[in-house]
Design a protein around this ligand. Structure first.
Ligand code: PEP
Ligand code: MG
Length: 604
């Protein structure tokens, strides 16, 4: 019999085995304490003493982090240190003490809870991820003021343990030696949380987002955690442990292979050269893109510049960012997508009101064309940035040629205006079209006549073809880019590209998935744009494939009457070429391909 299997999300890859140490990092109960007027000054002093002491601790942790993982990662502690230097926040706490004669801990808790509520409910994932930083600070300050000893103490075990807690803070990650901590499991958190980033740098396996972990895992129980697949086995059998070790051995073999390949180009066994570009969502991803050898940027999502902000970014802010990216890739294209707002992204600056069908609503290019002033600012920044590199524009959610030609008119307008302003601008800005609606596929030949390139957004193409909301968890099992209807559309777009000589790439998730890559090569796609973390694996896989095998597999997949059947065809043929267990061992957490590989493992 097997141990009990729990699912969370893998945020730092690798296997760890050890006893569970349950850390109840509960915030202390803060009594409601009011002080006499003559003690108010003393409370204000206590507040700043606590802030000073916690700052010292965090600075010590920062030094430790820079020694163990490097100065860049150590900057993660700056987020917490900045909270302690936030004059506005501290001023408000101080005012609460003075105006209401509150004890320092009570006033601090009150304000921290207010900020927590604001961040935890924010639509901005970056802010939500900062909640763990806030927890780290809150816990330390309150513990100091209440003279509680630091709860982050690991009770001695004779071998490395796995810490199970509600939330992993960056401090917790860095605090312990590897001889004491083998891994982390938490109820909260995502792969972008600071603690997750540190765990990856330290090479400590970590599973986050495991619901009710504290109730489901008893202290002292043996655990096997898999930070690649996001699983935890409670009380594993010897067979579970053997399987985990075997899995880890494969992962290490794959990592060694990836190391050997390094930044070698992605060339198939029969010599097809596949440029691999990167998808860039956040500025922080620029460094990993460069490190993993991306050949330029195939999709630069500009939404991060507006989501969670009250105002739109200025021309110069956009210009700075596009230039910064362009300088990293002097010889390669930088494909900037115009604002793709609406749908599930409603930045305040655009004032998009509630709509009954937001995914079919006033979104993406429609908004830009209806708000030419906003669009023109972005176009001006692009025309200027193009002087520093091969910067291009890509349009989302296109349904007809008119949208492309209207954009081109606006580009001409922006160029004239720049020159009137005495500013230098590129003569030409290549405009590409994202193929992500059935309409765009149907008129792809017409679009190809007006566009410099086509790029398939398989996420939206699947959503709009199958009439399935891509974000609806209840529909997740039905949502598949391998559905026969989507496969035929993908085939048709590739054929248009070949017939018209228009470059066609894929920048949706499918390009990052093993079976997707195999299929797309078989359908004739010769350029992919993928998430930074997926780059080494995609390169590895491409180098193990032959286009003729991929073509035969794609042909077989096209005969399928369901996504499951198409996937089976692809799996069977891919299994003959590469060790699928090896592929499964390496596909990094957070990548949707993990799900399709899980299916393979389940069926195989
Ligand atoms: C897509 O739809 O496949 C795509 C790449 O765009 P996004 O995921 O940003 O909608
Ligand atoms: Mg899209």
């Amino acid at each position: 019999m097997s141990g009990r299997l729990l699912y969370g999300s893998g945020v730092s890859p690798g296997i760890a085995i050890g006893p569970a140490v349950v850390l109840q990092l509960e915030f202390p109960t803060v009594p409601h304490r009011v002080v006499p007027p003559d003690a108010v000054e003393r409370e204000v002093e206590r507040l700043y003493d606590a802030i000073g002491a916690v700052r010292q601790t965090l600075e010590r942790l920062r030094v430790r982090a820079s020694e163990r993982v490097g100065t860049e990662e150590a900057k993660i502690f700056d987020a917490q240190l900045l909270m302690l230097e936030d004059r506005e926040f501290l001023g408000q706490v101080e005012r609460l003490i003075r105006d209401n004669q509150l004890a320092a801990e009570r006033a601090f808790e009150f304000k921290a809870l207010e900020v927590r509520a604001l961040w935890a409910n924010s639509a901005n994932t970056q802010l939500r991820d900062r909640v763990a930083d806030l927890s780290g600070v809150q816990l330390r300050v309150l513990n100091f003021l209440l003279e509680r000893r630091d709860d982050e103490v690991l009770h001695a075990h004779d071998r490395p343990a796995i810490i199970v807690t509600r939330e992993v803070t960056p401090g917790l990650t860095i605090q312990f030696e590897r001889e004491h901590v083998a891994g982390f499991v938490s109820e909260e958190g995502t792969r972008t949380a600071h603690a997750a980033i540190l765990a990856r740098s330290l090479g400590i396996p970590c599973v986050m987002g495991l619901p009710h972990a504290l109730e489901r895992i008893t202290a002292g129980r043996e655990l096997v955690i898999d930070g690649t697949r996001g699983t935890v086995i409670v009380s594993p059998t010897p067979e579970d442990v053997r399987a985990a070790h075997a899995f880890d051995a494969r992962r290490h073999k794959l990592l060694a292979d990836l190391e050997t390949i390094g930044r070698e180009p992605a060339v198939t066994l029969d010599g097809a050269r596949i440029p691999l570009r990167g998808n860039l969502d956040l500025p922080e991803e620029l460094e990993p893109l460069v490190r993993h050898g991306a050949e330029g940027v195939g999709l630069l999502r500009t939404e991060f510049m507006i989501v969670g902000r009250a105002s739109l970014p200025s021309e110069s802010e956009q210009l700075d960012y596009f230039r910064r990216v362009a300088r990293q890739f002097p010889e390669e294209p930088i494909t900037v997508r115009s604002y793709d707002v609406g749908g599930d992204k409603f930045p305040a600056a655009f004032r998009i009101g509630p709509e009954p069908n937001p995914f079919l609503g006033w979104r993406a290019l429609r908004v830009c064309l209806d708000r030419p002033q906003v669009f023109l600012t972005q176009l001006r920044a692009l025309l200027r940035a193009r002087l520093d590199g091969d910067v291009r524009l890509m349009l989302p959610l296109v349904i007809e040629v008119g949208e492309v030609t209207r954009t081109q008119e606006l580009i001409a307008e922006a160029r004239d205006a720049l020159r009137r302003d005495g500013l230098r601008a590129a003569d030409h800005l290549p405009v590409g079209v994202m193929v992500e609606t059935p309409a765009a596929v149907t008129v792809a030949d017409q679009l190809a006549d007006h566009a410099a390139f086509l790029s398939v957004g398989t996420n939206d193409l699947t959503q709009y073809t199958l009439a399935l909301d891509r974000g609806n968890a209840r529909l997740a099992a039905r949502f598949s880019g391998f559905h026969p209807a989507v496969l035929r559309l993908l085939r048709d777009v590739a054929a248009v590209g070949t017939a018209r000589g228009t470059p066609v790439s894929v920048c949706g998730e499918m390009a990052s998935e093993p079976f997707g890559i195999f299929l797309l090569l078989g359908l004739g796609y010769r350029e992919l744009s993928v998430a930074p973390t997926a780059l080494p694996l995609v390169r590895w896989l491409v180098r193990h494939l032959r286009t003729t095998d991929a073509e035969a597999a794609a042909e077989a997949a096209l005969t399928a009457t369901s996504a499951a059947e198409a996937l089976r065809h692809l799996q069977d043929r891919l299994a003959a070429l590469v060790d699928l267990d090896l592929v499964a061992a390496g596909w990094l957490p957070g990548n949707r391909s993990a799900a399709s590989l899980e299916e393979h493992r389940g069926s195989g």
